[in-house]
Design a binder for this molecule. Structure first.
Ligand code: VG1
Ligand code: CO
Length: 543
C-alpha cells in the first residue's frame, strides 16, 4: 500500500453555505469533486498530523463510498486515527459528542440534513472543529479559497474497509476504529436527564410517538426511548435509516412529517409526538392536536431548565438566531439572563458556548441545543420535553398555554418560497434594501417602523464581524418582518420571510397564527413585491 498524489483542477462552486457544502449527488459524483473538497478542508487546517478525526453521516445515498474515499485521504494526509460510526452512521449531534469526548482534532459529517436523498437527491459535507461545532466562517472561507486553487490531492491506495462491524483496521499508518454509533451519545443523554423519572412516567398512561422519517435518529431513538426508557416497542416509527429516506423529505415540520401529523391531529392522538430530521439535529414537538412553535419551544426549555438535572444549577445565558422569535428574550429578562442574537446557523453559537456566556440556544428552524455538544440536537430537545412533561405532569398544550399566560405570546411564522429564480430573489432583496434609508419613523399600513437594517453581527468573544445576515424591519409595537435568502438549498434560490408579532392579552392567544399575522403578511407582500417578483401566489412551505 502506498500513498498517491493525484493531480486535479479546481471547481468554482465549492463555497460552504449555512451548514457545509451541499450539492446534488451527481455533482458530488463528478470525478475529483469530493476529493477536491476534502483536500481543501485538510489544506486549510494545521497540526492534525497523528491526531484523531471523527467521521460519519446520516446514511443517505453516497454516504458509504464517500466515507471510504475520505478514510483513504485522511490516511494519506497523515491523520493518526479515525473514529467512524458503524455502517457509516453518525447523527450530527453524536459526531459532535464524539469529537469532544475523545478530544479529536475535528470531524467530517456527511449530510444534507433535511434535504431529500437518493441518486438524484442531495448530499453534503461539513467540517467540524475541535470544540465539536461547525467550522467558523474564517475556516469555511479558507476552505473555499483552497478549493479555488487546488492542483492535487493525496489518497492512500488501499482496500475499502468493512463498515458494518465494529472493529479496528489499518489504512497505511492510520488506524480506523469502527465504533457503535449510539453508545457514547446515549451515555451523554443519560447524564443530563432524569431517566428514572421519565421511565416511570412512560410506564403509566402517557402515550407518545417518535417519527425518525427513515433518517439517522432511528437507531438512537430506539436505543434510548424504547431501550433505556422503556417506551413501548413501536414508539419509534420510520426508524430504519434508508438511503433515500423512503422517498420523503426528512424534514420535521407540519408539511413533511405527514404520518406523525396525521396521528397527532387524528382521532385519539397520543399525548406527545416528536420528529427529527435527516441528520438528527432538528426536532418538532407536538401535543395532542397541538403544534409547538420551535421559537416557543426554545423559550419554554429555558424557562423550565431547573426541572432537568443537567441544568439544575442554572443557565449562564441564552441565545437565538436573529429570525427566531423573541419569546426567549422575555424568559431571559424575567430570569435575569443575558440573551444574545446571532446570525442564522449553528456555527455562530460556538464561541458563546465555549466562553460559557450561554447554556441554551436555538433557532426558529426546529433547532434547539445546549452546551452539552456544539450542534443543535433533536433527541436532546425531545428528551428535554419528556423530562419537563414527567416533572410537571401536564399536557403539552397546557404547558405552552401557561407559558403564554406568564410571558405573553409571540405569534410567529416562516414563509418559504423554495426554488425560485435566483435573479428574481436578488432583485427582491435589493428592492427591500433600497427602501431602508427613508423608512425609519414611517408608517407602513398600521405599523410604524422603528428600525430597518441589514443584520450585521459582531462576535462578542473574538470580535469577528459577519455582515448581510438578513434584512429586518422592526415596528414600534414589537412586530418584525425579516427577509433572508437560504444558504442550504441546491436549486435556484429560496426566500425566507419571517413574521412575528407580540400579544400580551391571554384572551387573544387562541387566534390562528396566520390570521394573527395577516396584516404583516400582506404588508410584506406589498413592500417586497413577493408575488410579483417570484411569480408565486403562495409560499411552498409555511411553518
Ligand atoms: C437553514 C435554517 C438554519 C439552520 C440551517 C442548517 O439554513 O434556516 O436555521 O441552521 O438550515 O440546519 P438556511 O440558510 O437554509 O436558512 V440543518 O438541520 O439543515 O443542518
Ligand atoms: Co439537520
Amino acid at each position: 500500500m502506498s500513498s498517491q498524489t493525484v493531480s486535479t483542477q479546481p471547481f468554482s462552486d465549492q463555497k460552504p453555505g449555512t451548514s457545509g457544502l451541499r450539492k446534488q449527488v451527481p455533482d458530488f459524483q463528478q470525478p475529483h469533486y469530493l476529493e477536491n473538497f476534502i483536500q481543501s478542508i485538510f489544506n486549510s487546517l494545521e497540526g492534525y498530523q497523528d491526531k484523531t478525526l471523527v467521521l460519519g453521516g446520516d446514511g443517505r445515498f453516497y454516504n458509504r463510498p464517500a466515507i471510504q474515499t475520505i478514510l483513504k485521504m485522511a490516511a494519506a494526509n497523515g491523520f493518526g486515527n479515525v473514529l467512524v460510526g458503524q455502517g457509516g452512521i453518525l447523527s450530527t449531534p453524536a459526531a459532535s459528542c464524539l469529537i469532544r469526548k475523545y478530544d479529536a482534532f475535528g470531524g467530517i459529517i456527511l449530510s444534507a440534513s433535511h434535504n431529500p436523498g437518493g441518486p438524484e437527491g442531495d448530499f453534503g459535507v461539513k467540517y467540524n472543529v475541535g470544540n465539536g461545532g461547525p467550522a467558523p466562517e474564517k475556516v469555511t472561507n479558507a476552505i473555499f479559497e483552497h478549493s479555488k486553487k487546488i492542483s492535487e490531492y493525496k489518497i492512500e491506495d488501499a482496500e475499502d474497509i468493512n463498515l458494518d462491524q465494529t472493529g479496528t483496521h489499518k489504512i497505511g499508518d492510520m488506524t480506523v476504529e469502527v465504533i457503535d454509533s449510539v453508545t457514547d451519545y446515549a451515555a451523554l443523554m443519560e447524564s443530563l436527564f432524569d431517566f428514572d423519572q421519565i421511565r416511570s412516567f412512560l410506564s403509566g398512561n402517557f402515550k407518545m410517538c417518535m417519527d425518525s422519517l427513515h433518517a439517522v435518529t432511528g437507531p438512537y431513538a430506539r436505543d434510548i426511548l424504547e431501550g433505556k426508557l422503556g417506551a413501548k416497542s413501536g414508539t419509534v416509527q420510520n426508524g430504519e435509516p434508508l438511503e433515500d429516506f423512503g422517498g420523503g423529505h426528512p424534514d420535521p415540520n407540519l408539511v413533511y412529517a405527514h404520518d406523525l401529523v396525521e396521528l397527532m391531529f387524528g382521532d385519539s392522538p397520543p399525548d406527545f409526538g416528536a420528529a427529527s430530521d435527516g441528520d438528527g439535529d432538528r426536532n418538532m414537538i407536538l401535543g395532542s392536536n397541538f403544534f409547538v412553535n420551535p421559537s416557543d419551544s426554545l423559550a419554554l426549555i429555558a424557562a423550565n431548565a431547573s426541572l432537568v438535572p443537567g441544568y439544575r444549577d442554572g443557565l449562564s445565558g441564552v441565545a437565538r438566531s436573529m429570525p427566531t422569535s423573541q419569546a426567549v428574550d422575555r424568559v431571559a429578562e424575567k430570569l435575569g439572563l443575558d440573551c444574545y442574537e446571532t446570525p442564522t446557523g449553528w456555527k455562530f453559537f460556538g464561541n458563546l458556548l465555549d466562553a460559557d456566556k450561554i447554556t441554551i440556544c436555538g433557532e426558529e428552524s426546529f433547532g434547539t441545543g445546549s452546551d452539552h455538544v456544539r450542534e443543535k440536537d433533536g433527541l436532546w430537545a425531545i428528551l428535554f420535553w419528556l423530562n419537563i412533561l414527567a416533572a410537571r405532569k401536564q399536557s403539552v398544550e397546557d404547558i405552552v398555554r401557561e407559558h403564554w399566560q406568564t410571558y405573553g405570546r409571540n405569534f410567529y411564522s416562516r414563509h418559504d418560497y423554495e426554488g425560485i429564480d435566483s435573479q428574481a430573489a436578488n432583485q427582491l432583496m435589493d428592492g427591500v434594501k433600497s427602501q431602508f434609508l427613508q423608512l425609519k419613523g414611517k408608517k407602513l399600513g398600521d405599523y410604524t417602523v422603528k428600525y430597518a437594517d441589514d443584520f450585521s453581527y459582531t462576535d462578542p468573544v473574538d470580535g469577528s464581524v459577519s455582515e448581510h445576515q438578513g434584512l429586518r424591519i422592526g415596528f414600534e409595537d414589537g412586530s418584525r418582518m425579516v427577509f433572508r435568502l437560504s444558504g442550504t438549498g441546491t436549486q435556484g434560490a429560496t426566500l425566507r420571510l419571517y413574521l412575528e408579532s407580540y400579544e400580551p392579552d391571554p384572551a387573544k392567544h387562541d387566534v390562528d397564527t396566520q390570521a394573527a399575522l395577516g396584516g404583516l403578511i400582506s404588508l410584506a407582500d406589498e413592500f417586497a413585491k413577493i408575488r410579483e417578483l417570484t411569480g408565486r401566489d403562495e409560499p411552498t412551505v409555511i411553518t
